[in-house]
Design a protein around this ligand. Structure first.
Ligand code: CAA
Length: 446
């Protein structure tokens, strides 16, 4: 089989936005630049009262099925990846399938459904599973829907509150992909860690500072593991670097590490060392904090060099244009990064066919995965069909008081009595509870 990969995608954002520099920062008594420059975020997408992981996922799928002219018989598999599941037994994919069966002819009774869990990594794992299902020829000519959907909310006043988000991405995986073909080679970096977890609780327990180090360590290991099967990767091999983006500042750190790796042993490394000198050695420091500070300053110095800036502007910055506006979508964030890079490429009329991206996913707990994707001939038409930028522009801009209300409306165990801020139109909406405590959904027409 020549190639297996992503044939189509659709993105659905939560309908509300919390403006971080202008609404959140003043209440927190913080500088707006902490958000815009430090974390790299301008806003967080949040779900309205009638939105959740099912509605956002089903809405993305519905649009994808309609735009591609598919029938339900074309779908042999639906896998949902999420960290926000509300049901410990019945997978979210069955709720989404139920929604789709409300509006399309036929049914999904022969589609294999499941739910994947490994924090933010699981969407990439679900794509991998779908590709392998096709490579194993179990698909009977059908494609697989992978739906990554999350309401990434943190407890009020947790430092993570600055990096929230809500949205879904639907990906259609086939043996004739229009957007990207995935490499069979992959690298894994995996270790039992407790950086971010939700042991039977809605909001995560997070060690934010530690989670940044764990992300970098696992991605570094995954890069080395990838090269052990795919061979050495060089800077020129990589057009874009879509990485898991909890906030763009995190990718800036991961990009710096990756850049140093990609140029290791080349003339560019010599040039860089000529500009910033050799990295600090731990032996030269008496205490760990002084060494840490020297490393931080050294990395900052590299960030300010012309070679790094040029590479970053071309290869990494384009992957962040959507996530700056959305915040963290957990399982969706690496898929938003890919879409963002391709949207920017289309905007700048870049001919990408045959070019490669190096995709890095990360899930707390912790595991990273790295693989390559080759851009296919139909990428541009697919990407230009996305409406995500219009959706982001149309979000309802929350006041801080309204943000507090919507956060508690989505907190389990609280009584929701607020009215929605927006009106559902031609989309699935949460509409109540069934006899067995299940959430129920209806399609709301114009
Ligand atoms: N101007 C410019 N920059 C500023 C600034 C200003 N006025 N004020 C602060 N900054 C910079 C800081 O220097 C820092 O950047 P560096 O790390 O490059 O130095 C950045 O803004 C953030 O500032 P703080 O570190 O002071 O922010 P914080 O203490 O409030 O917390 C956080 C940041 C730890 C990331 C927190 O938001 C958090 O816990 N987030 C959730 C965990 C997370 O996302 N971890 C990422 C890895 S784990 C993962 O990827 C899985 C996942 O999806 C959750």
């Amino acid at each position: 089989m020549a190639s297996v990969g992503i044939d189509a995608m659709e993105i659905w954002t939560g309908k509300l936005v919390l403006d971080l520099p202008n609404t959140f920062a003043p209440v927190k008594d913080e500088a707006p630049a902490k958000y815009t420059k430090g974390l790299g975020l301008t806003g967080s997408s949040l779900p309205d009262v009638y939105e959740d992981i099912v509605t956002m996922g089903a809405n993305a799928c519905k649009r994808l099925i309609e735009r591609k002219g598919l029938t339900l018989n074309d779908i042999g598999r639906i896998d949902v990846a999420t960290e926000s599941s509300f049901d410990r037994s019945k997978p979210v994919s069955t709720y989404i399938a139920g929604c789709l069966e409300q509006v399309f002819e036929g049914d999904l009774s022969h589609a294999n459904k499941g739910e994947r869990k490994f924090a933010c990594l699981s969407g990439t794992q679900a794509v991998d599973d779908a590709c392998n299902w096709i490579r194993a020829k179990r698909h009977r000519g059908r494609g697989a829907l992978v739906v990554v959907t999350d309401t990434a909310l943190y407890e009020r006043d947790d430092p993570g509150e600055a990096t929230q988000g809500a949205g879904a991405v639907a990906l259609y995986i086939t043996e004739t992909p229009s957007i990207v073909a995935l490499s069979t080679e992959q690298g894994i970096g995996s270790k039992d860690e407790t950086d971010f977890l939700k042991p039977n609780q809605q909001f995560p327990s997070v060690d934010g500072r530690r989670s940044i180090g764990v992300y970098l360590d696992r991605v570094r290991e995954a890069l080395h593991d990838y090269e052990s099967v795919a061979g050495r990767i060089h800077k020129a091999d990589v057009s874009y670097l879509p990485f898991h983006t909890p906030f763009p500042g995190m990718v800036r750190k991961a990009a710096l590490m990756t850049y140093r790796h990609l140029i290791a042993g080349t003339d560019e490394e010599e040039t860089l060392l000529g500009l910033v000198g050799e990295p600090p050695s731990p032996d030269a420091f008496d205490d760990a904090d002084a060494y840490k500070k020297a490393r931080y300053d050294y990395q900052k110095a590299i960030r300010n060099t012309e070679p790094f800036q040029t590479w970053y502007t071309a290869t990494v910055a384009p992957t962040l244009s959507l996530s700056r506006r959305t915040g963290n979508w957990y399982t969706g964030s690496v898929h938003v990064a890919r879409a963002s890079a391709l949207l920017e490429a289309a905007r700048h009329d870049n001919d990408l066919v045959g070019k490669r991206m190096l995709v890095g996913s990360y899930g707390s707990g912790a595991q990273a995965e790295v693989h390559a994707e080759t851009v296919c001939t139909g990428w541009r038409a697919e990407i230009e069909a996305l409406t995500i930028e219009d959706q982001l522009d149309a979000r309802y801009d929350l006041s801080f008081e309204a943000y507090e209300q919507i956060h508690s409306a989505h907190t389990y165990g609280t009584e929701t009595s607020i009215d929605p801020f927006t009106t559902p139109k031609n989309e699935f909406a949460f509409d109540g509870w069934g006899d067995m405590g299940e959430r129920t959904y209806a399609y709301v027409s114009a």
